[in-house]
Design a protein around this ligand. Structure first.
Ligand code: AHG
Ligand code: MN
Ligand code: MN
Length: 336
């Protein structure tokens, strides 16, 4: 593949399309339109402090969380942009209780888009990095219109996944199963340019990310695991970083190495498996992690092997450098 730092993401996707003889360009069209949506969201995020786009939208979402205006804007932008391109048979959003159907006036396609329109919403009004996470599956049902079965596919069947991170710069990181590549948005030009080719995650990190305020709600094995990461006996020692935006914590660990943990906890009996969602957060990032030489687990088994049962099902998440995540599995199994 002829790639060069600085090449545009569109050229990069077309290069990949040229590598796949059976590629019809449909996928390229899909990803290109998603990039337009992300550019629109990025512009709104970057002026959030000025426009009246901050604060709550005055309603709760399916997760029972206060919806931020920017959550709503991002969700609406993706739905509006992606519905008419004729490449999708259905969509599923963290913000919508049910499947998002493609209006009958638009042509349908052979892919499904699952996404978290804005991840890290609690950080919007304090100017901390937030992001958009996406996962793409091929349609498997025979109907023209997508069904829940097209969405509830295990993570190892994803055809693409990635995220946009709206931070000190806006970046796109994605994989189609041929490595992980990062692109940085050139302000004023509006192009994502290849800045991080074939990202490989260090096999062992020196960073652990977890919200320790939940310590007393974790299992004893999780408590022992986190105490291990804090132990002065580690050579080299670990340090703690926790942004509170999954995309930001993941992206830092992808580039520098480390483990992000959101364990199951006993705070809310209705959410025994923790806060993070399988379909629009854990699965896409698990695909990226795997392609970058990392790993993602529930603490007991690979995230990508889970057979989904519900659209908004939650899973405990241990994701990042392979050796750190495998160590987490050994602590949670009681082996150590
Ligand atoms: P979202 O804003 O899409 O609801 O996701 C927020 C998630 C994730 O981004 C982050 O890792 C986690 O919430 C932080 O949760 P705590 O505040 O419980 O640590
Ligand atoms: Mn999220
Ligand atoms: Mn979200």
């Amino acid at each position: 593949m002829r790639t060069a730092i600085g090449m545009t993401v569109t050229e990069h996707i077309l290069e990949k399309q040229r590598e796949n003889p059976e590629a019809t360009g449909a996928f390229t069209r899909l990803l290109s339109e998603l990039i337009v949506a992300a550019k629109i969201i990025s512009r709104e995020v970057n002026k959030a402090g000025i426009a009246d786009i901050l604060g709550y939208a005055g309603r709760e979402n399916i997760q029972g969380e206060e919806v931020q205006k920017l959550d709503e804007f991002a969700n609406r932008t993706i739905i509006e942009r992606m519905s008419h391109i004729g490449q999708l048979c259905a969509m599923a959003s963290e913000e919508d209780a049910d499947l998002i159907e493609i209006p009958s006036k638009y042509p349908k396609g052979n892919y499904v888009l699952i996404y978290d329109p804005l991840d890290g919403s609690s950080n919007i009004d304090v100017n901390v990095s937030i992001g958009t996470i996406f996962s793409i599956h091929r349609k498997i049902s025979s109907d023209e219109d997508g069904t829940l079965s097209d969405v509830l596919q295990p993570g190892y069947k994803q055809v693409a996944a990635g995220y946009f991170i709206y931070g000190s710069s806006t970046m796109m990181v994605y994989t189609t199963g041929q490595g992980v590549h990062g692109f940085t948005l050139l302000p004023g030009v509006g192009e994502f340019l290849l800045s991080h080719e074939n990202i490989q995650m260090p096999q062992r990190g020196r960073i652990f990310s977890v919200n320790e305020s939940y310590y007393n709600y974790w299992s004893e094995n999780v408590q022992r695991l986190v105490n291990h990461f804090k132990s002065p006996d580690n050579k080299p020692a670990y340090t703690a970083r926790y942004v509170g935006s999954l995309v930001s914590d993941f992206h830092r660990n992808l580039l520098k190495g480390g483990i992000f943990m959101y364990p199951a906890d006993t705070r809310d009996p209705k959410k025994p498996h923790g806060k993070l969602r399988l379909m629009c957060e854990a699965n896409p990032l698990a695909f990226v992690a795997k392609e970058a030489g990392g790993y993602a687990s529930t603490g007991e088994k690979p995230i990508l092997d889970i057979e989904p049962e519900e659209l908004h099902q939650r899973v405990p998440l241990f994701i990042g450098s392979k050796e750190d995540v495998e160590l987490a599995e050994r602590y949670l199994s009681g082996e150590i």
